[in-house]
Design a protein around this ligand. Structure first.
Ligand code: ADP
Ligand code: MG
Length: 239
């Protein structure tokens, strides 16, 4: 696809490149997002005054239901970049969480997965969104109970989610919003086989968002396999 030059000055200033078909205009402020007012209050009380560059670019893309690859370094606000459109996706779907999660976020480590869950709980509270975290090195019992009770969002490390899938204690057939966070790190840690097994359990009719700090050929390959006609957002210089 070709590149879209809209919002060009802003993009140049923040070293942003966006490529793909029919790239939407970025949001220049929180007001421009159209997010519900309860959610905006939450964002303001967190002390945030404007979307970060990755949020400004990726929110309109994600809200249109498009697949995204975002290449941006740590600390750029990627978590809310995919979580808030995930909340909006949940609002539209109205699925029964007891039949399985709708939003699935894969994350490389327990620590990162826990941070994502904290953010989801904090900003999803006003939208009554439920979330749980599945990671290794902790007993499975409480995690299985959360799944059984029903959650909208599951944040998981690939190893533990794969174990629980093999036990047939979770169904991913309702997942329609799939996020691969820190994809490069998950591949470095050797999680590619688990990721591929998990994705096989997720319907192909879904929205897929991939976040990575680097863009080596292994990540390009998995992006080409899992995403459909994505828009790619690069923030800063990438190799
Ligand atoms: P990344 O995943 O890109 O490393 P995070 O999503 O963890 O980054 O965000 C880094 C920090 O920035 C977090 O403390 C987060 O709460 C904060 N943050 C997110 N969005 C904004 C914003 N729009 N303005 C200011 N701070 C933000
Ligand atoms: Mg992150």
């Amino acid at each position: 696809g070709g590149s879209n030059l809209s919002g060009d000055a802003y993009r140049r200033q923040h070293e942003i490149t966006v490529t793909g078909d029919e790239v939407p205009l970025p949001f220049s402020s929180f007001e421009a997002t159209g997010f519900p007012s309860e959610l905006l209050s939450e964002v303001y009380s967190a002390g945030f005054s404007a979307p970060t560059p990755i949020q400004a670019q990726s929110w309109p893309i994600a809200l249109q239901g498009r697949d995204i690859v975002a290449v941006a370094k740590t600390g750029s606000g990627k978590t809310l970049g995919y979580l808030i459109p995930g909340f909006m996706h949940l609002k539209r779907c109205c699925k029964d969480p007891r039949m399985g999660p709708t939003v699935l976020v894969l994350s490389p480590t327990r620590e990162l997965a826990t941070q994502i869950q904290d953010e989801a709980v904090k900003f999803g509270k006003s939208s009554r969104i439920s979330c749980t975290c599945l990671y290794g090195g902790a007993p499975k019992g409480p995690q299985l109970r959360d799944i059984e009770r029903g959650v909208d969002i599951v944040v998981a490390t690939p190893g533990r989610l794969n174990d629980i899938l093999e036990m047939r204690r979770i169904s991913l057939h309702q997942v329609s919003y799939l996020v691969l966070d820190e994809a490069d790190r998950m591949l470095d840690m050797g999680f590619e086989p688990q990721i591929r097994k998990i994705v096989k359990e997720v319907p192909t009719l879904r929205q897929t968002l991939m976040y990575t700090a680097t863009w080596p050929k292994e990540v390009r390959k998995i992006a080409a396999d899992l995403l459909v006609n994505p828009i790619q957002v690069n923030i800063g210089n990438i190799d």
